[in-house]
Design a protein around this ligand. Structure first.
Ligand code: FAD
Length: 300
């Protein structure tokens, strides 16, 4: 019920555009690492000091105009330059719709190619985040087209899809982030029960650890993390074949703990004015995250 309410709010374009004008509010500052590049670089440096690498997401939703997509691309190019100049341990995560996938495929491909090309110059990886099912095949097409020229690019597979294993086998030679999936999808294409989604997550993660190039295990679920720790030990999977990932601001102690145990750890660091949709999706996933809001409101 609450999940549906927050998911609905995340898709409200009016609230999205209104929120942009008011800076980080409602507790979003706990999970969004600032609104500009100097702020996000500062956050990355703090995480790097704990041995944690970062993947940076310049937040953006509902981009239907070429000038907005071009502005987003320019901002991501600036982030790449800032990563290089500041010599921080970070790479890029981007959403294809933010750089034009809802406008025109070729236009979007050109934008992503420019980003991947600039990142390639500095040996920086670019992850193409996965959005809802409508964008899944076009996102795979971007990866297919870009991988003809570049190796510093990968994507995300969502375990809620019935066909997750099939997608994974298609992209086993890529660096892949595995997630459960953050969007509302129909039962024809996606598991609805948490236990099925979790079971599939473990299944595809184990498969990719044994057969894939590099696995980013993106979950806050300690049960799954503990299971994977045992699995890699049992199968002698070296640390340089995988990493754990979590979102900025969530389970901070566990993030530090995993890094201190010697696992590669990468924090997903979102920043920018367009925080509203991202924040609402996090509340939809876990209404307990409302605690973050309460803390911000009452700790004034
Ligand atoms: P859940 O399934 O929500 O929770 C499982 C259990 O973990 C809970 O019952 C609780 O015990 C524990 N737990 C979870 N969160 C917390 C917390 N904050 N504090 C304490 N305990 C907690 N989705 C996409 O669709 N596309 C993407 O490209 C994408 N990229 C992502 C990148 C990263 C780095 C991460 C971490 C997630 C990403 N997601 C993405 C979101 C993902 O699909 C899930 O919606 C999200 O991670 C919630 O699932 P979970 O496995 O983390 O935990």
């Amino acid at each position: 019920m609450l999940k549906d309410i927050f998911m609905g709010l995340s898709q409200n374009q009016f609230l999205n555009s209104t929120a942009k004008k008011y800076g980080l509010k409602l507790g979003a500052q706990s999970v969004v690492a600032g609104t500009n590049i100097p702020e996000v670089i500062k956050s990355i440096k703090e995480l790097n000091a704990h041995g944690i690498s970062c993947t940076v997401d310049n937040l953006g939703e509902f981009v239907f105009k070429e000038e907005e997509a071009t502005a987003a691309k320019e901002q991501i190019l600036k982030v790449i330059e800032a990563i290089q100049e500041n010599k921080v341990d970070a790479h890029i995560s981007l959403k294809p719709t933010q750089v034009g996938l809802d406008i025109d495929y070729q236009f979007c491909l050109n934008n992503v190619r420019e980003i991947v090309d600039r990142a390639h110059r500095y040996d920086i990886f670019v992850n193409i985040d996965m959005e809802d099912f409508k964008h899944l095949e076009p996102t795979f097409n971007l990866l297919d087209d870009l991988s003809l020229e570049y190796t510093n690019v990968g994507t995300v597979i969502q375990s809620y899809f019935h066909k997750a294993q099939e997608y994974l086998e298609r992209y086993k030679n890529f660096r892949i982030r595995l997630v459960k999936g953050a969007y509302k999808e129909s039962e024809e294409i996606a598991y609805q029960d948490k236990s099925d989604i979790d079971e599939n997550f473990i299944k595809i993660t184990e498969w990719h650890l044994l057969n894939g190039k590099f696995t980013s295990i993106a979950t806050h679920d300690h049960r799954i993390i503990n299971h994977i720790k045992e699995f890699v030990k049992k199968h002698d999977i070296p640390n340089d074949k995988f990493e754990f990932q979590m979102l900025y601001g969530f389970r901070k102690e566990m993030q530090l703990q995993l890094a201190s145990e010697g696992y590669n750890f990468c924090t997903y660091v979102p920043f920018g004015n367009d925080w509203y949709g991202y924040f609402m999706r996090r509340l939809a996933e876990r209404p307990q995250n409302l605690n973050l809001v309460a803390k911000q409101v009452f700790n004034k």
